[in-house]
Design a protein around this ligand. Sequence first.
Ligand code: NAI
Length: 356
Amino acid sequence: MDIVELEFDGRDQRVLRFEHAQSGARGYVIVDSTVLGPAMGGCRLWHYPDDDTALRDAQRLARGMSLKNAMAGLPLGGGKAVLQLPHGPFDREAMFSAFGEAVNKFAGDYLTAEDVGTTEEDMRCVREISPFVFGLPTAKGKAGGNPSPWTALGVFRAMSALLARSGRDFSGVTVAVQGLGQVGIALCDLLHDAGASLIVADVNRARLALAVSRGWTVSSVEEIHRAPADIFAPCALGAILSAETIPQLTASMIVGAANNQLAASDDAERLLTRGILYAPDYIVNAGGIINVAAEYFGDDASEVSLRVDGIADRIVAIVEQAASEGVSPAVIADRLAEARVSSGAKLPTAKLSRAS
Ligand code: NAI
């Protein structure tokens, strides 16, 4: 197993690169900030064209976790791990054991969990090697397990609150959902039960068959962002909102789970100019990390629900502040989050503390 810590000029992030030839494990573990507490953020397993792209993705995602955790009121910093998905067959258990060794190098400054491409089973393999892994089943009544349903609930609460601002609920509202993964499906179920109409897309045919069996309208992957909908919910991968796609959007509101939805920072301005309300991704998709954090702190499951409900008030406050200043909600969210991360000011609502 090769593990090296890389040095970068002008960046405070700690970056660890690791490679384990026998299992094919290869990737990066990043600690972006520990100002508010240990850095928490999931582990992504994905195809990358080269090491540099994987590293850049990991760094961007790690920074996003610092901002997300700060804004969710969690006494945690931000970090992320990215594993490069091998092209051929590989030993998955050995890969996640090797990853566990890399996680241990941070001695608790980095705490991992599931993300795109990784499962509870993978995290169990990590747990054999490392205590610094969460997103695992816990004792009855205790927070823990798959974070995705909580992420979906937070996104749903945010949509409901933003609709309620203009006196609406989900009746007569159409939501276009891009990506029917763990979060996307759970979100669609909540929306369907609330009376919304759904247009959905996924690259995976089995997912589409499930959608058809539930009576949802299927769109193509190429068309979903411009499907005739009131709300567009990106729940696949990042960078869907770009100079190319923004002019084509039909929805008046973007509220989704995907991380890093804006391809570039001026895309927030593009959305504002078009009069499209953008709910910053890291504010509305914090439900999962709220659950993982509660597991880490040993909290009861009942507390998670209350904290996830808090996403609704948070997004409304940000959107109203943005409206009063005539700027994008992304500007307000970034300003608040950066200030919290750099000052280390824990929120008074963060009553979480870990029993040692
Ligand atoms: P997932 O891997 O279970 O689902 C992603 C889905 O998107 C898959 O069904 C995949 O086939 C589909 N997909 C991929 N490319 C697509 C495309 N071009 N068009 C349409 N569909 C496409 O991932 P999960 O856990 O549902 O997460 C979804 C997004 O939410 C990711 O961006 C993730 O980073 C973000 N997120 C997830 C959290 C969680 O708790 N799982 C927490 C916070 C953010």
